[in-house]
Design a protein around this ligand. Sequence first.
Ligand code: ADP
Length: 360
Amino acid sequence: MAVSHFDPRRHGYFGADVGGTLAKVMFYEPDNDTVISKVREFVLSSTTYGSTGQRDTQLTVNLPKAKLHFILFETSRMHQAIKLIRSQNMLSGVKSISVTGGGAFKFSELVKDELGCLITKRDEMYCLIHGLNFLLRNVSNEVYYFVEPEDDTNEETAICDVREEMFPYLLVNLGTGVSILKVSGWDDFERVSGSGLGGGTYYGLCRLLTQAKDFKATLDEAVKGDGNACNMTVGDIYGGSYGSLGLDANMTASFFGKVTMEDSYRENIKEADICKALLYMVTNNVGQIAYLNARLQGLKNIYFAGNFLRTNKIAMKYLSKAIHFWSGGEMKALFLHHEGFFGACGAFLDSDQPNTCEPS
Ligand code: ADP
């Protein structure tokens, strides 16, 4: 879709993706529009809102006569968000909002009652792919990869311009859970696999086993931690490498397996070590499933998206390393600047269509 096609009378101003953990909103701000002046004033007055709301200014897309802004907050704060919008009368003049994700169903009555605004429900996978394809086509530096996937300490990245040859690709959406899709064209996709071991597993287990107060705090801890304080390595079992199988002494044989060994190991484990081991456990598992699906589908380009990767360089490096390792350097882990916002973007793009999704 060409960017010049947006007309607020048909598309409205928002697309939202209300997921199990996070609510993502894309705000379309046309120049000189008076209907959304209150929203504009509120959104641009800050980059943080309430206790969990954030706007990623580096993700703003400048279009010829408009801007796209990207905002998220925790879904658990939905009632407070609605209260705030209502108290400032921000949505007067906005008749409907195009929403995807489970929250499109869960909060639809509440939004209608409290804000007098209709929720138009959109199919989640369709929005995800539509939004991603749109940004792949229209943002030249959307895709990047790590130049040295094998070197944990090297965070250098390079841009990969895929606009001339976008398809086919494998998309691994790493949100609360994991969905894996084969994408062959603009509207041609298939969900080929998935896993319940995703970002929600990491964050949930961190909350259960440590005092980290929010997602960022778990990542700050993980940076300082040593995963092998919890994980049983090949070296713990063999006293060194298992050369004939190519297994290095440092390789993980069993996540958290070391906790079952001597008591002294257990006593010395720090919260940072737990966060690091959990992060490695989830990303390693996703990396392996991603590689196997790419092989099954005969695809070389694997895009990783979803908010689990938000400000999460360690996870991205682990995924890059895993894909490089399993594929013998043939496949590449590709990352996306708007990683968690494709569903919200797709809901906006789709908003000139009638309701495309009803609960069954
Ligand atoms: P969903 O649509 O299922 O909510 P997302 O793509 O939004 O999925 O990703 C949710 C995951 O993102 C969480 O499970 C967590 O791992 C991670 N995450 C990133 N930032 C935050 C945050 N500020 N609060 C909570 N989880 C976050």
